[in-house]
Unconditional design. Structure first.
Length: 721
């Protein structure tokens, strides 16, 4: 695959920088050195990848500083003659080298060293050292500086020395040589036609050469904040490539075919509306109409339905499914966790079974006999709607006629998983319509950048009757006061959530991986559940006469379902849980949420958890317990939670704090598609790139293709899912 990319771009594949040469190239695979393997893991497989592997920071080796002019705490380069060296063994063995630069003496301290270094750095040898200068017990010193043996005529560096992002087994010296070689070989000729790149910016070649080796007189501030024209050129090129790729995906979808789905007068859609025990909000009606318009088209819908916690996305999805089922097609709804999938299943069964709709249930925890029965219902078409987890996309699941795929919490699924669901329509000529849902509202700039290929529908109002949630922040030292408040709430007949973080918070991802592979959750190292189990015991002891439940991801599925049923039916006063209750849990009588160690959670996750209360008519409170000391970002997150309950404002602040990566989740399949642009600072560049991408595809399609391939390589596929 790499070679095809290389040849199409005129790029030579990066060979391992190893002396190992096979005797029969056709049958023996060359052995890779450890650094070459490390580079491959970093994605440095093409010359252009190396050219675009930019420094994290720079060191100034272009000047020598005299000791008498240097200040403690500075990173400086000193040159002098070794006066003496010795190995000491006090608290630990260390090599001490005393250096004299003519203006003072400097002690070099090495805690890790080779015996040969003492010989190499012998008295009388001239050394050039670089490191942080500090005042030690025996005078001024450097600990583990970079050292180079020099002569009086050894020249200084002419440019700042780059320090590259690296990994274990990949030394900076090796990486610098590889990057320099890749930069020299990479095809950096201009592919963009005149008028696309704003005037005054350097060419791509000039920008890259400058950023790898900037001159010492450049403003370091413009390099660090990425405002230098060379940085602006790279950020624009990156954003343009992403926009081009997404508009291409949109164009390609126009050539695909999907079954046109129309609601019949008096059909299932109208009967479901009449059966619902509530009225739709204006926002629900609006987005429902947008989806219905898409479903009528013979091209596959590719739409994101976003709305704040509790805004009513499930009923909109049910109405879309009703249109598809009424037209004789099946629907599938896939959720990332079994708890969330079961919440959807219960709601949809309640709404649709009275109308004669058969709903199937598929998860990885089903027993073999039950699973065979459900698979038969799906394959025969008797089950018009299928609800489940990753089990839906397993190979043995065959649909009779899949017309609409619904994916909830879409950012928690991988690209391959979404594509698998889309391919469940056996017809080679048709694709199902795709509706993705998210309770994490996406800021406009982020949507323009990462979702340019999607239509986006937004439910921007909550159903009537939802009570506002008051959020309070308490130090962990006030835990007793919080427990007293819980005692008051349960005495009034209300219910309480207490959420604990896990030391290993990958339980749902592990479970999802198990389900996708069709295996049970066995054989892995156990999670540290001590926090949640100890809290459960402490609350049980403190709340005599009130039942306290325990819920976490390692409980057997049947036990989890039983605990949730007990809490939903009011048999449990308090539910101590991990983040398995983050989405999908709907208990109107729950009026208090306590989140322990709230500083460990992300802002969007805190907002999702808070959304489990305030679902009834009773005024609700969310208490955030934190442990000191708080980081700056931790303070920002807790402050945002107190100041607003608006999911869109929460999302905007979260973008500022965390950056875009976690918003899009697996849409990037773990590989950030934006390495250089910063969406909080580069909104104007996003708009420019968006405008030029469409014009470029229209007037210069070949140039657009070359540009996207240069920047994205195989990552372009991630934008199409």
């Amino acid at each position: 695959m790499h070679n095809r990319i290389h040849s199409s771009l005129g790029v030579k594949p990066l060979l391992a920088l190893s002396s190992t040469v096979p005797t029969k190239a056709s049958t023996i695979k060359p052995a890779q050195s450890a650094p070459a393997k490390a580079m491959e893991k970093l994605g440095l497989v093409r010359d252009i990848d190396l050219a675009l592997h930019l420094p994290l920071r720079y060191e100034d080796e272009t000047r020598i500083t005299r000791l008498r002019d240097a200040r403690d705490g500075e990173a400086v380069q000193i040159e002098g003659v070794v006066k003496d060296n010795r190995i000491e063994s006090r608290s630990r063995r260390q090599l001490l080298v005393r250096l004299d630069d003519g203006s003072g003496e400097l002690l070099l301290r090495f805690l890790n060293f080779y015996a040969s270094q003492q010989k190499t750095w012998a008295p009388g040898v001239r050394l050039r050292v670089r490191g942080e200068l500090r005042h030690g017990f025996f005078g001024r010193e450097m600990v583990h500086p970079a050292v180079k043996v020099v002569t009086d005529s050894t020249p200084l560096a002419e440019a700042l020395t780059p320090i590259y992002p690296t990994s274990a087994g990949l030394p900076q010296a090796y990486l610098r040589k590889a990057v320099a070689a890749g930069l020299a070989r990479a095809p950096l000729d201009e592919v963009l036609p005149p008028g696309v790149v704003p005037p005054g910016w350097p060419s791509l070649r000039e920008a890259l050469y400058f950023l790898h080796h900037p001159s010492p007189d450049v403003s370091v501030e413009t390099l660090e904040d990425h405002s230098h024209p060379a940085w602006m050129r790279l950020k624009f090129e990156e954003l343009l490539a992403q926009q081009v790729s997404q508009w291409q995906a949109r164009q390609e979808r126009e050539h695909l075919r999907a079954p046109p789905l129309l609601a019949r007068p008096g059909g299932l859609h109208e009967r479901l509306l009449a059966l619902l025990p509530f009225q739709l909000t204006a926002a629900q009606r609006r987005v429902g109409d947008e989806i219905a318009q898409d479903l009528q088209r013979p091209q596959p819908m590719h739409r994101l339905l976003q709305g704040d916690v509790g805004s009513g996305k499930t009923v909109v999805a049910a109405l879309a499914a009703a249109v598809a089922m009424d037209a004789g097609w099946q629907c599938a709804l896939m959720a990332p966790t079994e708890i969330l999938a079961e919440q959807h299943f219960r709601k949809l069964v309640g709404w649709l079974e009275p109308l004669g709709i058969r709903v199937a249930w598929l998860t990885g925890s089903l027993r073999a006999k039950a699973k065979r029965e459900q698979l038969a219902l799906v394959a025969s078409g008797q089950a018009q709607l299928v609800v489940g987890t990753h089990a839906i996309i397993q190979d043995q699941v065959e649909f009779a006629r899949l017309g609409l795929a619904l994916i909830d919490e879409q950012h928690r699924f991988g690209v391959a998983q979404r594509l698998q669901l889309r391919r469940k329509l056996e017809s080679t000529e048709l694709e199902p319509h795709l509706l993705m849902m998210s309770a994490t509202p996406i800021p406009r700039t982020l949507a323009m950048t990462y979702l340019a290929d999607l239509e986006v529908s937004t439910i921007d109002e909550l159903p009537p009757g939802r009570t506002p949630i008051v959020t309070k922040v308490f130090a962990d030292s006030r835990r007793d006061e919080v427990i007293e408040r819980i005692r008051d709430e349960v005495a009034r007949g209300r219910q309480v959530y207490w959420v604990c973080p896990l030391i290993d918070e990958t339980e749902e991802l592990d479970q999802a991986a198990d389900e996708a592979a069709g295996r049970a959750s066995k054989g892995r190292a156990p999670l540290d559940l001590s926090n949640v189990t100890q809290t459960h015991q402490a609350l049980s002891d403190a709340l005599h006469g009130h039942a306290v439940g325990l819920l976490h991801g390692r409980l057997p599925t049947a036990d989890k379902a039983e605990v949730m049923a007990q809490f939903s039916q009011g048999e449990l006063s308090v539910l101590v849980a991990t983040t398995v209750i983050e989405v999908g849990v709907d208990v109107p009588n729950a009026s208090l949420m306590v989140i322990e160690h709230a500083e460990r959670f992300g802002l969007s996750q805190l907002h999702q958890l808070r959304g489990r209360v305030g679902r009834g008519a009773v005024a609700s409170v969310c208490v955030l317990l934190y442990s000191s000391p708080l980081s700056d970002s931790g303070k920002q997150r807790l402050k945002a939670m107190v100041e607003t309950t608006d999911g869109f404002e929460i999302a905007r602040r979260d973008l500022d704090i965390r950056g875009p990566g976690e918003f899009m989740g697996a849409r990037q399949s773990g590989a950030a598609l934006l390495r250089f642009a910063d969406l909080s600072q580069d909104q104007a560049l996003v708009a420019q790139a968006r405008q030029h991408a469409q014009q470029l595809l229209k007037d210069h399609p070949r140039a657009a293709q070359l540009h996207a391939r240069r920047w994205l390589g195989q990552k372009a596929q991630y934008l199409k899912a």
